[in-house]
Design a protein around this ligand. Structure first.
Ligand code: ZN
Length: 201
């Protein structure tokens, strides 16, 4: 076993950093060393930011996003189109779509997908609140921005069913050729979806 090179406080820091996604023990060690070297400009401010986040972060009761206010920044933004609602699986997906800045809509975070095999049913994700929001009547279009996985598509079909009695247009993300993608490298499923969903040029 390797000799310990640091006291328990630093070892603890490394162990915690190693639990972050994308960081293994090696990169956690490197990150810890970087934080220690930049104690004033990085370690201190980071510790403070984490403390504030821990005390103030909550889940938006309207959409399921995480923020320090409820309703969240996205829900309170009056420049967004209230008639457009994007349904996503996770907060990470919401943030990804916001990074793409393709539309100024509001969101609904499901908090997962239906997964009969894993015992995840309709009551386990935020579906009731979705129906309630749509039934209020301001929403004209629902964009199903769920993953192109079996569970994602099962969830999309289920949502289409439970909203069918309401006067709302339901759309989903196109499946197809990624921007900058080369056809030769695509799998057959993606290629055939791209052909089926071709658009006017
Ligand atoms: Zn919100």
């Amino acid at each position: 076993m390797a000799e310990r090179v640091a006291g328990p406080e630093i070892e603890r820091l490394i162990q915690l950093l190693a639990k972050l996604p994308g960081l293994g023990p090696r990169s956690a060690r490197r990150a810890a060393l970087h934080l220690i070297r930049k104690r004033e400009e990085l370690l201190g401010p980071l510790a403070n930011a984490m403390q504030v986040a821990k005390e103030r972060i909550l889940t938006c009761t309207a959409c399921g996003n995480v923020d320090t206010s409820d309703p969240c920044t996205v829900c309170s933004d009056t420049r967004r189109d209230p008639s457009l609602l994007v349904v996503v699986e996770t907060v990470a997906d919401l943030w990804a779509l916001e990074r793409a800045a393709a539309l100024r809509a509001r969101y609904h975070v499901l908090g997962g997908t239906l997964s009969p095999l894993d015992g995840v049913g309709p009551k386990d994700i935020n579906l009731d609140s979705l129906v309630t929001r749509v039934a209020e009547g301001d929403i004209k279009e629902i964009i199903l921005a769920v993953n192109a996985t079996v569970d994602g598509q099962t969830t999309a079909h289920y949502i289409t069913d439970i909203l069918s009695h309401l006067d709302v247009k339901i759309t989903r993300l196109a499946h197809g050729v990624p921007v900058g993608g080369e056809l030769d490298y695509l799998d057959e499923g993606t290629l055939s979806a791209a052909i089926r969903q071709r658009t006017d040029f």
